[in-house]
Design a binder for this molecule. Structure first.
Ligand code: HDD
Length: 708
């Protein structure tokens, strides 16, 4: 990207980027270095001299390279991009990013998992963070959301408990990046407000195929405020233009081993190849008058507003078009904060949001080490900042003048206050009257209706995955009383679901359990008092909750493995490759060995991966061209049958030239030859259709038993 093409933030970052090409090595003090391999010694065999400032500087800097990882969301991947507005929302807000359609606002986005450490695997069953930093002309606006529309808890007071419960158990620091353990289920089963977010985590939303194929949600109800000072409540949504797709749990486990950077690599490679991921920003707008119209409280972050009740209006598009230059400087040092808002956007009284407003700056103080973290290149706004804050560790700005206080006359009263016309931030003047009380609103006390709605809204295959996930996770717990409590409360969500899980666990669903199961309020052991209230049924089904709702017929960036050996049918392969690549798919030649393979026309083709070095789970679909010799070679290769059988098991599309059938031993191709996504001698267009559909889930029940 040329300097001219760069957006304002990328240009701003350029002043801090360095390129060593063609340059002489120096110390940090600018002294030229002519030996960086040997320390300074008294004689060739030592001892090493303390005066060696080059050695000391190199080692000292190295000793301090690490900073604390994020307390949650430690593992993440970032990208630059921009946001463009389709139509002005000035009826609702005065924030120019949402009113000025001529703007192209730079953004930096960081996706993350929640529970795992910085080096943990990408495919953990977990919520994904979806944090967007908008560098607006009026200052930074951070939308720090997740890929699920609800959160585990209703009040930030419980956040440390939630995180302590899900993180590795403190005595042995096990398990890493996994919620399937006793402490988490002890907490969940005693804190039923978690159940809604929890069932989302049990669904395929928690194991996305790609960070580019998941939705994002601001979760809390925020406010938009227009020039007249009128406020509307709002929920933010990100809708991926590639649709929403997931992998199966069996794949996720295998991807852990095959490529633990699967999501990070996928995001990087797509942007690198010019396939820029895109999301539309959607708003659900709720007039203030409607605040109490719903059967749930819009301030409760464990509730969503079904799209059928308040439609999502798509108002603009975000495109990620540039990979970071340096992971640490950008992705690691970026500091998000839901409290970074601009005039025209404001908070609601959601008690989870209110606590977050404290936590994020506070955590940067220990993570980034100084209140000057806003000066780091990735964090600084694109507009000028002036105030009387001064000094502290690693201050970069050299503030001129004598005055660092307000009011002043010596400095001409500057920096002066923004006049109303200039758009200084004025909080929305919400009237609040209340008793000081440490309490939870009664209106938050429905923990079962929405998890039930979610489950009802899934397709059958999604429901099966949810039941399997509960069975797996609870099955990993060692205490029977925790398992029983879980069965008891799942039964309150959905009896069929609970029956499936109980069968998987080999346990009975208890009709009563010890201890409080319906309140986050405290250790009140009066079980009867805490029986779940009756479920509400304000909607039978919300189609938007199923993964199948957001469709895309694009196969761009899908990874397609071609299984070939020497002597493969070059013409057939060429035709298929062209058809797929024309649609933006990425084709890789996989062969029994690395190096090159020759087709039947004698032409050499570079092998992208030897079968030994890759796995079927890294591909969306496979194709096997004909060619007697090629098929013989594939038949001899130990992993070919595993590759094919796993592709079948994971319900992916397979295309074969006619002569392939019956030539590769130990596969289940024959059994699935009538399957809609097993395409024998069909035109590439059919294959493309099936890849776009992502999976043929109707195969699932039968394919599950393939022993691979
Ligand atoms: Fe949080 C990081 C999302 C509740 C405290 N959070 C963090 C990140 C995301 C979220 C995406 C990573 C940002 C990045 O990439 O750097 N958090 C959420 C959402 C929540 C939520 C969507 C509920 C709706 N968080 C939440 C609560 C608290 C925190 C209730 C504390 C009271 N979150 C933090 C934190 C982190 C953080 C400790 C760790 C690293 C950081 O902030 O910068 O302050």
């Amino acid at each position: 990207m040329s300097e001219k093409e760069k957006d304002k933030k990328s240009q701003d970052l350029t002043r801090d980027t360095k390129n060593a090409e063609g340059k002489t090595m120096t110390t940090n003090q600018g002294v030229k270095v002519n030996d960086t391999n040997n320390s300074l010694k008294a004689g060739e065999r030592g001892a090493t001299l303390l005066e060696d400032f080059i050695l000391r500087e190199k080692i000292t800097h190295f000793d301090h390279e690490r900073i604390p990882e994020r307390i949650v969301h430690a593992r993440g991947s970032g990208a630059h991009g921009y946001f463009e507005l389709y139509e002005s929302m000035d009826k609702y807000t005065k924030a120019p990013i949402f009113t000025d359609t001529s703007r192209k606002t730079p953004v930096f986005v960081r996706f993350s998992t929640v529970a795992g450490s910085k080096g943990s695997a990408d495919l953990a069953r977990d919520v994904r963070g979806f944090a967007v930093k908008f560098y607006t002309e009026e200052g930074i606006f951070d939308l720090v959301g997740n890929n699920m529309p609800v959160f585990f808890i209703q009040d930030s007071m419980k956040f440390p408990d939630l995180i302590h419960a899900v993180k590795p158990e403190p005595d042995r620091e096990i398990p890493q990046a996994a919620s399937a353990h006793d402490t988490f289920y002890d907490f969940v089963s005693l804190t039923t407000e978690t159940l809604h977010n929890h069932i989302w985590v049990m669904s395929d939303r928690a194991i996305p195929r790609s960070l580019r194929m998941m939705e994002g949600f601001g979760i809390h109800t925020f406010r938009l405020v227009n020039v007249e000072g009128k406020s509307h409540f709002v929920k933010f949504h990100w809708k991926p233009l590639l649709g929403t797709h997931s992998v199966t749990w069996d794949e996720a486990v295998k991807i852990h081993g095959a490529d633990s950077d699967f999501h990070r690599r996928d995001l990087w490679d797509a942007i690198d190849a010019g396939h820029f991921p895109e999301w539309e920003l959607g708003l659900q707008i709720i007039p203030e008058e409607d605040e109490h119209k719903f059967e749930f409280d819009i301030l409760d972050p464990t509730k969503l507003i079904p799209e059928e009740m308040v439609p999502v209006q798509r108002i603009g598009k975000m495109t990620l078009n540039r990979n970071p230059d340096n992971f640490f400087a950008e992705t690691e040092q970026v500091a998000f904060h839901p409290g970074h808002i601009v005039p025209g956007i404001d908070f609601s009284n959601d008690p989870l949001l209110q606590g977050r407003l404290f936590s994020y700056t506070d955590t940067q103080l220990s993570r980034l080490g100084s209140p000057n973290f806003h000066e780091l290149p990735i964090n600084r706004p694109v507009n000028e900042t002036h105030n009387n804050q001064r000094d502290a560790h690693m201050r970069m700005t050299i503030n001129k003048g004598k005055t660092a206080y307000f009011p002043n006359s010596i400095g001409g009263g500057c920096p002066h206050l923004a006049k109303m016309a200039e758009g200084g931030f004025t909080p929305y003047e919400e009237r609040i009257d209340g008793r000081k009380t440490r309490a939870r609103s009664e209106s938050f006390n429905d923990h079962y209706s929405q998890p039930a709605l979610f489950y009802r809204s899934l397709t059958d295959w999604e429901k099966d995955h949810v039941a399997d996930a509960y069975t797996f996770e609870i099955g990993k717990c060692t205490y029977d009383h925790i398992k029983e409590r879980m069965l008891y409360i799942i039964n309150q969500i959905d009896e069929d679901l609970a029956a499936k899980v109980a069968e998987g666990l080999g346990m009975e669903i208890p009709s009563k359990v010890e201890g409080p199961v319906n309140q986050a309020i405290g250790a009140d052991a009066d079980v009867e008092k805490h029986q779940p209230p009756k479920k509400k049924n304000y909607l039978d089904k919300s189609e938007a909750l199923s993964l199948t709702h957001l469709k895309s017929d694009s196969i761009a960036t899908r990874q397609i493995g071609f299984l070939v050996g020497n002597g493969f049918d070059g013409e057939s392969m060429g035709k298929m490759k062209k058809a797929l690549e024309d649609k933006g798919a990425m084709v890789q030649l996989l062969a029994p060995h690395g190096g090159t393979v020759k087709c039947d026309q004698g032409k050499s083709h570079k092998v992208d991966a030897a079968l030994l070095t890759t796995e079927s789970v890294l591909f969306d679909a496979i194709y096997i061209p004909g060619g007697t010799k090629s098929l013989e070679a594939l038949n001899k290769a130990p992993k070919t049958a595993k590759f094919i059988n796993e592709t079948l098991k994971h319900c992916k599309a397979i295309a074969l030239d006619k002569e392939v059938m019956g030539k590769i031993e130990n596969t289940y191709l024959e059994k699935f030859k009538e399957d809609a996504a097993v395409l024998i001698d069909k035109a590439p267009a059919k294959f493309i259709e099936q890849i776009a559909a992502h999976r043929n889930w109707s195969r699932q029940k039968e394919a599950m038993s393939i022993p691979v």
